[in-house]
Design a protein around this ligand. Structure first.
Ligand code: GTP
Ligand code: SPV
Ligand code: MN
Length: 589
């Protein structure tokens, strides 16, 4: 493999600090992957699963206190505090480097340091970036083989260039009190220590492809977003691509791989990505998306042949499962799958005996699988298209048990940016902390924006001004509940009904009614044939309750207030126009 002088120099410097016993450069070959798996088994980090039922697959059990992203330990270390903004933790870069240098000093003694060059985006694309992660975790090395375009392809793309994203990671002692995930966007650098969990340790993902990339995107005029990318092919063969930002564990993967059934069985879905999208303005004035990743790091609980048959097919082989339950026949299980008749000898995610009466979850609620995107039955070679796919609609979706309707279309790009910027969602187990708590999560990027979010909103508006044919923007919410806590909307495959309305709106063929919050489906324009909805059904799912929206608007004002004068005037204007529209409606009724 031809090595790059800057990468080599940096690897040597880092080795002097961390003192590994061995340094292994990964090339991405199959033989190397097999060796890594064998090493994972040798170190008791991987348990081989049944080779007939789960070929090439393994279970990993993490430290019980290292099961999710820890936002309280995640920092944006910009020279000026205001550039990180009020929604990010901030540390002075010199102080952060100093503190972490102490923690990294000698930390890899007795361990192997893996050098993991990877390409973020399709090969041959001028928009792709090269990242290099140095880690002492074989579990990270294995997962990076699945999650990224790894090895030679990346170094070839880099050539002699000095510009690459530098990530240093060590599991350290896994001490949660000494855990730091520090980002230095001005140096294209991330240092992460004392966690082995996906979003904290697979630096290609949230650290590089979102936090650092969002910063780069602002400098270079593009967007790095927490979005799936998927194509919907109609029975005539026309493919419409959509992208959608939903907060963690709010349904991106499931929507991106949806299997249309019933009246929609003539449609096909083509999944380009399930978590991260890089968006650029094309020469034709449309928005184009590429996926910087090569795998899925998906939520296990709730994934089943009923909810997501495409994902079940994808994870049938060559998959790493983390923190799910283990059956005595070396198969895996999680909540949402049918329970086998005989559950004798089941072990929970921590390896403790488990039965359905134990009152505990068998799989951790944030247990996950890592699997190559190419194994998905809805894989499309467009994933590797250097220019990306043209986006017709952007969806902003959140977990809201009340208020926010099933679907709502923005009046225009600026209003769409407002809908994204005012998104709030009930928290999930993808991040440590309480679940079900409503919090603002603009564009599903609250934990992932590498700079001041007021500037980020401004950047979205600026991109909009460059688009000749901007995608339409929609808010969606699959998570409304009735008084008994049951979901009002069946979700999953039935979300196709909403996608159909969205696509028809893009082509101007579906009806809508104007409301103060945006365009909602007019009666009968959204297909409810054969659905048996609980409660008031569609009426409830599409209601716009004025009083509650006033309250919601007041919450937004408070949130925008945090950004002071940095907040773009356009969004404050949108806020005022919403209040005005609600007031006019109030006078009419
Ligand atoms: P991250 O990987 O954390 O970014 O999550 P994600 O946004 O990709 O979410 P994912 O599709 O993995 O879904 C998270 C959880 O929500 C799973 O337990 C799903 O079963 C559940 N879920 C997904 N779509 C729906 C839906 O339409 N309705 C309901 N009720 N639940 C859903
Ligand atoms: C998320 O939390 O949004 C994920 C999982 O997709 S992680 O990679 O850990 O961020
Ligand atoms: Mn995610």
């Amino acid at each position: 493999m031809n090595k790059n002088a800057s990468v080599e120099k940096w690897v040597e410097e880092t080795a002097r600090l961390t003192r590994p016993d061995r340094i292994v450069w990964l090339t991405g070959s199959d033989a190397e992957y097999e060796q890594l798996l064998a090493e994972g088994v040798r170190l008791n980090q991987l348990i081989p699963l049944d080779s007939a039922k789960h070929p090439g697959s393994y279970l990993h059990r993490s430290h019980p206190e290292d099961v999710a992203r820890t936002e309280q330990n995640t920092y944006i270390c910009t020279p000026v505090r205001g550039d990180a903004g009020p929604t990010n933790n901030w540390m002075d870069p010199a102080e952060a480097y100093d503190k972490l240098r102490r923690l990294f000093s000698g930390v890899m003694k007795g361990r192997t340091m893996y050098v993991i060059p990877h390409l973020l985006g399709p090969p041959g694309s001028p928009f792709s970036k090269v990242g290099v992660e140095l880690t002492d975790s074989v579990y990270v090395a294995i997962n990076m083989q699945i999650m990224t375009r790894l090895g030679t392809v990346a170094l070839e793309h880099l050539g002699d260039s000095h510009s690459f994203l530098k990530g240093l990671h060590s599991c350290g002692t896994l001490d949660p009190r000494q855990r730091y995930i520090c980002h230095f966007p001005q140096d294209l650098t991330v240092w992460s220590i004392n966690s082995g969990y996906g979003g904290n340790a697979l630096l290609s993902k949230k650290c590089f492809a979102l936090r650092i990339a969002s910063w780069l995107g602002r400098q270079e005029g593009w967007l790095a977003e927490h979005m799936f990318i998927t194509g919907i092919e109609d029975p005539k063969g026309q493919v419409t691509y959509i992208a959608g930002a939903f907060p963690s564990a709010c349904g991106k993967t499931n929507l991106a791989m949806l299997r249309p059934t019933g009246a929609y069985s003539g449609y096909k879905i083509w999944c380009v990505g399930d978590d991260i999208a890089w968006l650029r303005v094309g020469i034709d004035g449309r928005l184009y998306a590429t996926n910087p990743e090569a795998g899925f790091f998906g939520v296990a609980p709730g994934t089943s042949p009923q909810t997501n048959p495409n994902m079940m097919a994808a994870i049938a082989k060559n998959t790493i499962f983390t923190n799910v339950a283990l059956a005595p026949d070396r198969t895996v299980w999680w909540e949402g799958l049918d329970l086998p008749a005989d559950i004798k000898g089941f072990l929970d995610w921590q390896g403790r005996p488990w039965s359905p009466n134990s009152g505990q979850k068998a799989a951790h609620p944030n247990s996950r699988f890592t699997t190559p995107i190419k194994q998905s039955p809805v894989f499309t070679p467009k994933w590797n298209s250097p220019e990306g796919v043209p986006i017709s609609a952007i969806l902003f979706g959140a977990r809201r048990s009340t208020l926010v309707p099933l679907v709502c279309e923005a009046f225009n790009w600026q209003h769409g940016v407002y809908l994204g910027a005012t998104m709030s969602s009930e928290t999930t187990s993808a991040a440590a902390g309480a679940t079900g708590v409503l919090r603002q999560d603009p564009m599903a990027m609250l934990p992932f924006c590498g700079y001041n979010m007021a500037d980020y909103f401004g950047h979205w508006l600026k991109i909009g001004r460059r688009l000749k044919a901007p995608p339409k923007i929609f808010r969606v919410n699959w998570f409304r509940r009735d008084a008994h806590g049951r979901f009002l909307w069946p979700g999953f495959g039935d979300n196709m009904r909403v996608l159909k309305w969205i696509i028809d709106r893009c082509y101007g063929t579906a009806g809508a009614q104007e409301t103060p919050i945006g365009y909602l489906p007019s009666i009968n324009s959204l297909d409810t044939d054969g659905l048996n909805l609980s409660g008031q059904g569609m009426e409830e799912l599409l209601a716009v309750d004025r009083e509650s929206w006033f309250k919601e608007a007041r919450r937004q004002t408070e949130f925008f207030g945090k950004f002071g004068t940095r907040m773009p005037a356009e969004l404050l204007l949108e806020q005022q126009m919403l209040i005005d529209r609600l007031s006019v409606q109030a006078q009419r009724t």
